[in-house]
Design a protein around this ligand. Structure first.
Ligand code: JBH
Length: 235
């Protein structure tokens, strides 16, 4: 899978390309992550990427020309024959969930456009963007952190990125449930003991206990997740 990121802060994205799970996937050639500085697509002397909003108001709006030229250089013009999916990270977007992440993991080429909170010129969306993605309802300064969240959620589902395909499966939300408590050594710490069943060596009993714990924590904390199939969206 290839992912291009268009941003005014390439330095925020770059370290994720070389670190941890994603870093290994990039080195192994399973994922190719390319970061593009939007300013490289400007033509004026001051490399201007934003301007004041028509109609007045606070903040700045991202200019259409550099964004559309950057997107079209990487993905081609919008339409049937376009070879990449172009996603704009924005608060107006559809909320990212595990089901959508699974769909995106099957794409060959994603182009992620990091908007700023005040927004991008609407013509960018009309002319060059396929879909808008939000990671949740809270105020952020720009789309860079949301892009990184999407990259992590999606690339870990690409075959070969996780060392062990079972661990991706077992993770919360993939199964539609939260995970119960986990313990490591020591067996007793500050008077709190690791549940005996986990030390019993009885794998059937351990599996049963974990399933009960998962159900209990999900019912208590996220009852909305129960009674829904895996990867399904909220209704
Ligand atoms: C995306 O996912 C969004 N949530 C809140 N703020 C944002 C700002 C820019 C892009 C978002």
């Amino acid at each position: 899978m290839r992912i291009d990121v268009i941003t005014i802060f390439p330095g925020l994205i770059e370290p994720f390309r070389t670190t941890s799970l994603l870093g290994a996937a990039c080195r192994d050639g399973i994922v190719e992550l390319v970061v593009h500085d939007l300013r490289e697509f400007t033509k004026d002397r001051h490399r201007t990427v934003d301007d004041t909003p028509y109609g007045g108001g606070p903040g700045m709006v991202m200019r259409p020309e550099p964004l559309i030229e950057a997107i079209e250089a990487l993905a081609g013009p919008k339409g049937e024959t376009r070879k990449a999916r172009v996603l704009l990270l924005s608060p107006q977007g559809r909320r990212l969930d595990q089901g959508w992440a699974q769909e995106l993991a099957r794409e060959e080429h994603l182009v992620l456009v990091c908007g700023r909170y005040e927004g991008v010129d609407q013509r960018v969306i009309e002319i060059a963007v396929d879909e808008e993605v939000s990671i949740g309802d809270y105020v952020l300064a720009g789309g860079e952190l949301p892009a990184l969240v999407l990259i992590e959620a999606v690339t870990r589902l690409v075959p070969g990125v996780m060392g062990n395909p079972e661990s991706a499966e077992a993770e919360s939300f993939q199964t539609g449930m939260l995970e119960g408590p986990q313990f490591t050594r020591p067996a007793e710490y500050r008077g709190i003991e690791v549940p005996a069943v986990l030390r019993s060596g009885d794998h059937q009993a351990i599996a049963r206990w974990r399933a009960e714990q998962a159900h209990a924590v999900t019912k208590r904390r996220r009852p909305d997740l129960l009674g829904r199939g895996r990867g399904e969206e909220e209704r």
